[in-house]
Every structure is written in structure tokens, then in C-alpha cells.
Design a protein around this ligand. Structure first.
Ligand code: GMT
Length: 380
């Protein structure tokens, strides 16, 4: 059954917004009508036109009284309007805060006119592991997750973590993140490689939103050790609060010429096509979508062993996992992968094989089945 789905997400480069956008695009390719409701056009949506996709911008007018413009109120109102005007069948919320509570509010309003619809909440990570469990938010987060008609988590670890941290009264379905291997695959970009690493240096890549949880300083430390043994370059992709600090750190260490801070980039797969190794030393990572996208481009991963990362990165096969902060081990592992062509080729192949297990055509049907079950079981 083809449905009309409302997708609510953050429109940014962050993984939850990326995943939600990729899901919307995949659903539209399968004939679903998809309505994105968020405050800006989602980044990945701007890259191509999809006739079945609609974008509804949530506007939050300012007012002298508002020290904090009430986004949640504007979002709930937008949900009501979009659901009414487009006769949606279902809302799918990505990242609980504040999307799940706004959806609950919208549904209460819609119930008055008999036009309410079910909503599904997908938990992505820090909505549970960092922000959500903060007492400032926890009562609302717990309530609105429990009011969801279905709950999904992007990894087994996140499911367990959620059950440990919140009194959840419903099953949590694990639907792992996915990758579109038609877009994320290695392409011939030798000319880029030649420009960035003219003497055949290895290329290491880090992609993130440079928040403290990503431990970008560890990326610099790891690279600093690796380059003493193996001629290499580091590409830092993304932007965020830690960027200036690590740029300064690279300067202080005298390695700035070997590190390029490229900022936010949309064509990540082109950059990953020339990469030899992906670094993800996060303090916590419920899944690590950026690592999966790297693996789909045949790039092995050096990561921490936190959260859901061991479900994606297989120690000694697709890369290595170390304790959070164990820079020495991460650097040693990186060197062991990069030291000779055969070892590197072996890890690259295994990374690609593993990524294929998370291809979108394996995962999208899980969401479709859930949508069908939730809509069929929903009592107005
Ligand atoms: O939870 C966050 O930090 C935000 C979120 C995002 O929007 O970037 O990232 C999370 O969701 C991604 C998509 O499911 C996961 O791949 C990331 O591992 C997860 N981030 C963390 O757990 C830190």
C-alpha cells in the first residue's frame, strides 16, 4: 500500500537528518508521497529533485517577549496544518526531542476533529544517551516516546541503552541505519588524490559535526602519530563548536600543512573515494552512519568500541575498535592497516562487504512493514 508519510527531522548534516532524508528519498522512489516538516530544507534533499517529495518549512516568528522562540509550538502547528491539508497517513519522527512531544500535541489537536494519525519515533542517539536523559527534558521525553505508536532504535545498543535509561512501556524495534550503495561507492577520483596527496601519501578522513562527543582532538592526535611512521594527509570534513580548537591544535603541533579543514561538504562520497582510512574516535556513537558511508566506499574504519559501533565496524576485519581516548592504540591500529598495500586492500574489501549488509534495499522494507502494521492497528 502506498501511503502519505510525514517525516520530521533536523535538516542538518547530522546523522539523524541525513538518515531521515535518505529514507524519505528511498520511500518516494517506491511511490510513497513524502512530506518533510522541518525548519530548513534538509541538506541531502537539495541535491536532486524528487516529484513525490514535499518540503514544509516550519517558521518560528520572533517576538520581543520570546527569549527562546517556541519552535515546538510552531512545529506542532505545522504538523496539524500539513496533516490536514495533505491527508497524511502517518508521521515518522527522527530524533525524539522535540519532535515526539510536538507530535503528541499535534495529535491531541487533531483528535478534536477526528483527523488524528499515528506517529512513529526513531531514536537516533544523543536524544537518549546525552540530552534526553538530562532531568531538564527526561519527563517529556519519556512520556512522548511512550505515546508513540511505535518506537525504533538505530542499533541494538541504543535499544538496550534506552531501556536502561527510561521506563519504556512498549517494544523498541531495532531498524539499523542504511546506505545507498548506488550513491556511496568508490569512484575514480585519482585527480583529486593527486592534488591532495601528490607524493602518494595515504589519505585519512574524519567527517562529523565537530561536537565535543566526536573527540576531534583525538583525530588530530591519532594522525600526528600515524604521520611519523607513514607519509599521510588528513581531511577534516564538517564544522561545529570544536573546529577552531583543533585547527589551532594542528598549528601548534606543526602539522597544519598536512591537514585540510574542508568544512561542510555535500559530495562526501567523492571525498571518501580517495580515502584510505576513516577515523571516528567518538565518546559515544549509537550507530556511526558516517563510518558506514565510508565503508560503502571501501574505506576501513578506526573507531572507538562505544555504543553501536561494534555492530558496524568489525574488529580486525573492517578496521579496529579501541577504548574511548586510547589514542595510542588507535594510532597503532591505523599504522598496521596502512603499512602495506596488501593489508590495506584486504581491509578495504572487508569494509565494503560489511557495508553491503546495510544496503538500503535490505532495510527500507523493515520500515515499510512497520508503517503498514502501525496504520492498520491504529484506532481513532
Ligand atoms: O544523536 C546525535 O548526536 C545526533 C545524531 C545526528 O543527528 O547526528 O547522530 C546520531 O544519529 C546518527 C544516525 O542514526 C547515528 O549514526 C549517530 O551515531 C548518532 N550520534 C551519536 O550517537 C553521538
Amino acid at each position: 500500500m502506498s501511503m502519505k508519510i510525514g517525516i520530521v527531522c533536523y535538516p542538518t548534516f547530522g546523522g539523524s537528518g541525513v538518515l531521515a532524508t535518505e529514507l524519505g528519498m528511498a520511500l518516494s522512489d517506491k511511490g510513497y508521497e513524502v512530506h518533510f516538516i522541518t525548519y530548513e530544507q534538509p541538506v541531502r534533499l537539495s541535491q536532486s529533485f524528487h516529484p513525490n517529495i514535499y518540503f514544509h518549512e516550519v517558521k518560528v516568528p520572533t517576538y520581543p517577549l520570546f527569549a527562546f522562540p517556541p519552535y515546538e509550538t510552531a512545529l506542532a502547528s505545522a504538523m496539524v496544518n500539513v496533516i490536514n491539508n495533505n491527508k497524511l497517513d502517518l508521521l515518522h519522527l527522527h530524533y525524539a526531542i522535540p519532535h515526539a512531544s510536538a507530535a503528541f500535541f499535534a495529535r491531541q489537536i487533531l483528535k478534536k476533529s477526528g483527523a488524528d494519525i499515528p506517529f512513529i519515533t526513531t531514536l537516533h542517539g544523543t536524544d537518549i544517551t546525552l540530552v534526553g536523559r538530562d532531568t531538564t527534558y527526561a519527563p517529556v521525553v519519556t512520556f512522548s516516546i511512550n505515546e508513540s505508536d511505535a518506537i525504533t532504535a538505530v542499533s541494538e545498543n541504543l535499544r538496550e541503552e534506552t531501556l536502561r535509561s527510561f521506563p519504556i512501556e512498549k517494544p523498541i524495534h531495532v531498524i539499523p541505519n542504511f546506505v545507498d550503495v548506488k550513491r556511496f561507492h568508490q569512484t575514480d577520483k585519482k585527480h583529486f588524490k593527486q592534488m591532495l596527496a601528490p607524493d602518494g601519501e595515504r589519505i585519512l578522513v574524519h567527517v562529523s559535526n565537530f561536537r565535543p562527543v566526536k573527540r576531534v582532538e583525538d583525530v588530530i592526535r591519532i594522525f600526528d602519530s600515524v604521520r611519523t611512521e607513514i607519509p599521510s594527509k588528513l581531511l577534516m570534513i564538517g564544522d561545529g563548536p570544536e573546529r577552531l580548537k583543533v585547527e589551532e591544535m594542528a598549528r601548534e603541533r606543526g602539522i597544519f600543512d598536512d591537514v585540510r579543514f574542508l568544512g561542510k561538504q555535500e559530495q562526501i562520497s567523492e571525498i571518501l573515494s580517495i580515502a584510505d582510512l576513516f577515523l571516528l574516535p567518538s565518546a559515544t556513537e549509537s550507530f556511526g552512519l558516517s563510518a558506514l558511508e565510508a565503508m560503502a566506499c571501501g574505506v576501513p574504519v578506526i573507531s572507538t568500541n562505544t555504543g553501536g559501533l561494534p555492530e558496524i565496524n568489525l574488529n580486525g576485519k573492517t578496521g579496529y575498535l579501541s577504548d574511548v581516548g586510547d589514542v595510542r592504540s588507535m594510532a597503532a591500529n591505523a599504522i598496521s592497516i596502512l603499512k602495506d598495500e596488501d593489508t590495506l586492500a584486504h581491509f578495504k574489501k572487508a569494509a565494503l562487504t560489511q557495508a553491503k549488509k546495510f544496503e538500503k534495499q535490505h532495510i527500507i522494507p523493515l520500515y515499510e512493514q512497520l508503517y503498514t502494521d502501525v496504520v492498520a492497528g491504529y484506532k481513532r
